[in-house]
Write a protein that binds this ligand. Structure first.
Ligand SMILES: Cc1ncc(CO)c(N)n1
Length: 228
């Protein structure tokens, strides 16, 4: 069994929880309140800025020029492709780019991006890849699953989101990253493989928590408890 198949099986229960989360279900049936999506959009915009840096670190850590090219391409895809989806949505919602860039990341968002950045900075290319694969891949799985709901991809507001994450181009980027992780896992010791699996599971858990944070519009819970 390929390493990706193996970690997918290990993470499947966590991913199912994301599929079943009311935020994700709400995109699929169009019932997600727009202001909840707006909260997500701003947090996700901030997330993507750091996520793009993980790809930049991929260029730094890779030695093979083809791998460097692909990380650079995917970084560009985030900054100038995926984030233009966010900018379009922001425009529709009357939120300016400055407002998004001034916003503060929630505690959970910061924990997630800092985890990925720290794994990527201190770890190997395999560890970096294991940390970002659940982000891409789980969005593709969600996009594809929502796309099977009749009419969902044509929804006047959420359709665009579903079409983006279920697109062939998005899927191709994911598959490249899976193949890379499989290649990098080849010949690794059991200890190293266990570490890659743990990283993959951690960012899978963070993915679920991100949906939940957005759904609850969480920021820093301490502010509520001390009344700031
Ligand atoms: C939190 C999160 N994970 C993954 C993606 C996919 O790029 C995204 N936009 N946001």
């Amino acid at each position: 069994m390929s390493f990706c198949k193996h970690v997918f099986q290990q993470a499947e229960e966590i991913w199912e929880q994301s599929h079943n989360h009311p935020f994700v279900r709400g995109i699929g049936d169009g019932t997600l309140p727009i202001e909840t999506f707006q909260y997500y959009l701003v947090q996700d915009y901030l997330y993507l800025l750091d996520y793009a840096k993980v790809y930049a670190l991929g260029v730094v850590k890779a030695h093979n020029p083809r791998i460097m090219e692909q990380f650079a391409k995917q970084m560009d895809g985030i900054l100038n492709g995926e984030m233009s989806l966010h900018k379009q949505y922001a425009k529709r919602l009357g939120v300016s780019i400055e407002e998004m860039e001034r916003a503060k990341p929630s505690a959970m968002n910061l924990a997630y991006t800092n985890y990925m950045l720290s794994v990527s900075q201190s770890g190997t290319l395999a560890e970096l890849t294991a940390s970002l694969l659940p982000c891409m891949w789980s969005y593709w799985e969600i996009g594809k699953r929502l796309n099977t709901i009749p009419g969902a991809a044509d929804h006047v507001f959420y359709g665009e989101w579903i079409r983006s994450y279920s697109s062939v181009e998005y899927g191709e980027m994911c598959m490249w990253m899976m193949e890379l992780l499989d290649k990098l896992a080849e010949g690794k010791s059991d200890t190293e493989l266990a570490r890659l699996e743990e990283i993959f599971l951690n960012t899978s858990r963070f993915e679920y928590l991100f949906w939940d944070m957005a759904y609850r519009k969480e920021m820093w819970e301490i502010e509520r408890s001390i009344g700031v």
